[in-house]
Design a protein around this ligand. Structure first.
Ligand SMILES: Cc1cc2nc3c(=O)[nH]c(=O)nc-3n(C[C@H](O)[C@H](O)[C@H](O)COP(=O)(O)OP(=O)(O)OC[C@H]3O[C@@H](n4cnc5c(N)ncnc54)[C@H](O)[C@@H]3O)c2cc1C
Length: 399
């Protein structure tokens, strides 16, 4: 196993670093640095800057506008993006639905949807989970009944990330109830402006509007919006979920957070020394940094198997758990470093200017909200308990 980068890869890294330093919108980097939430226009500008460079559709095949990069180049790109403090692209269109469209969609569907996703002219929402179907997704009940050239959709989707930004939804819907539950599921795309679709905000414990509940009330959807074959939605959705991102670990972002924590802790007084010299705090910080290094090597091992042509196996479940726990531990340390300044709670972080003379340091203002929001990492992308099931099945030879 070779975990080192080639000279060509290192040259590529410098090119990416230079792009973020000189061509990428500096005001978006500043907003992220100040803990402010980005709005839809920010994401559009961010993705447009990447698209101008030909770097927005990192995983797509070149014929549809992708980069044609190797797995290592993709890893380096994500690493540099996070190191610079730039936001990841909104995944629903570019990372999730587009590969399903170019793999299983018709030529007409590719022409209709891919160019708009590439140019960030349309944002998508992922309609999988339902109030009674999460980990056991195949039990979903949102129904699509054929009526002439249309489907009539009725049901509820929930926890739809940034669904209020979406121009389109891709949904798993039930088209048949007669056989195995997986076999009656289809993959349907819907224009968000279709009559009968209502998006309700869910305000989370951090005070932000990120999640939504979507009600479908007799929504008439043209049958031409069905991807592939009716009843094959489960297969397509598994493909979507297995569209592995070895960069899921977000290592560079975490490294930058730890470096910032050290810097901050060096300036905070704790008794007669700085917080950085407080053994209890320094210990916790060191543990988090050691865990991050272990995570990095796990990610590189997964990358090394991808580069060797193997699918990343249950490493991805281990990665998910390690990355989640590490991210949560970092937010806890930010909270600790913030001390009393973490107490004021700022529910709307969108337009906040933390250097507003309130005396609350920029790093501390969003720390409570960030701590709360990151609890959700244990749930999304496959809950921790479910990942542990996958690992134990593998270890016990039960799969
Ligand atoms: C921030 C956030 C963003 C999300 N974005 C989207 C989105 O854009 N689109 C979308 O469709 N969904 C989205 N989700 C939903 C997410 O996929 C589900 O919350 C997740 O699949 C868990 O389902 P659930 O909430 O119904 O919990 P449940 O499945 O009911 O789980 C409840 C608890 O039981 C445990 N559990 C469940 N099954 C087992 C088992 N077999 N063994 C052991 N323990 C088990 C779980 O680990 C969990 O602790 C998002 C969720 C969050 C928190």
């Amino acid at each position: 196993m070779d975990l080192s980068f080639s000279a060509a890869d290192e040259k590529f890294r410098l090119e990416v670093r230079e792009f973020f330093a000189s061509e990428y919108p500096a005001d978006i980097l500043a907003k992220v640095q100040n803990g402010q939430q980005l709005n839809k226009a920010d994401y559009q500008r961010s993705e447009a800057a990447l698209n101008d460079k030909g770097w927005v559709a990192v995983n797509w095949p070149q014929e549809y506008g992708g980069t044609g990069w190797t797995a290592t180049q993709k890893f380096i790109f994500d690493d540099e993006l996070e190191r610079a403090g730039a936001p990841n692209v909104i995944p629903m269109g570019l990372l999730y639905v587009a590969p399903v469209i170019y793999t299983f969609g018709s030529d007409e569907q590719k022409k209709r949807w891919l160019p708009d996703i590439l140019a960030s002219r349309t944002f998508w929402g992922q309609g999988y989970s339902e109030p009674e179907s999460g980990s056991d997704l195949a039990s979903l009940q949102c129904k699509a009944e054929r009526d002439g050239d249309d489907y009539i959709v009725n049901g509820t989707k929930i926890w739809t990330s940034q669904g209020h930004y979406a121009d389109w939804f891709f949904c798993l819907v039930r088209t048949d109830n007669s056989g195995k539950k997986q076999e009656g599921i289809s993959f349907l795309c819907m224009d968000a402006n279709t009559p009968g679709i209502t998006v309700y905000p869910i305000i989370t414990i951090d005070g932000s509007h990120y999640l939504n509940r979507i009600e479908f009330d007799n929504v008439r959807v043209p049958a031409e919006n069905l991807i592939g074959e009716e009843g094959m939605g489960w297969t397509y959705s598994k493909y979507l979920l297995s569209n592995e991102r070895t960069s899921y670990a977000h290592i560079a972002g975490k490294r930058a957070d730890i470096a910032r924590l050290k810097e901050i802790a060096g300036t905070i007084q704790s008794g007669n020394r700085s917080l950085m010299d407080d053994p209890a705090f320094a210990n916790k910080l060191a543990e988090v940094e050691i865990d991050l290094t272990a995570l990095e090597f796990t990610a590189l091992r997964a990358l090394s198997s991808v580069a060797a042509g193997d699918a990343p196996g249950e490493e991805s479940s281990a990665l998910k758990i390690l990355a989640t726990e590490n991210a949560q531990a970092i937010t806890e340390l930010f909270l600790e470093a913030s001390g009393a300044n973490a107490v004021p709670f700022f529910p709307d972080r969108s337009d906040a200017d933390w250097n507003d003379g309130s005396g609350i340091p920029a790093f501390a203002a969003p720390s409570t909200a960030s701590y709360f929001f990151n609890r959700a990492q244990t749930i999304y992308g496959g809950a921790t308990e479910v990942q542990k099931n996958i690992i134990s099945k593998q270890v016990l030879g039960l799969s």
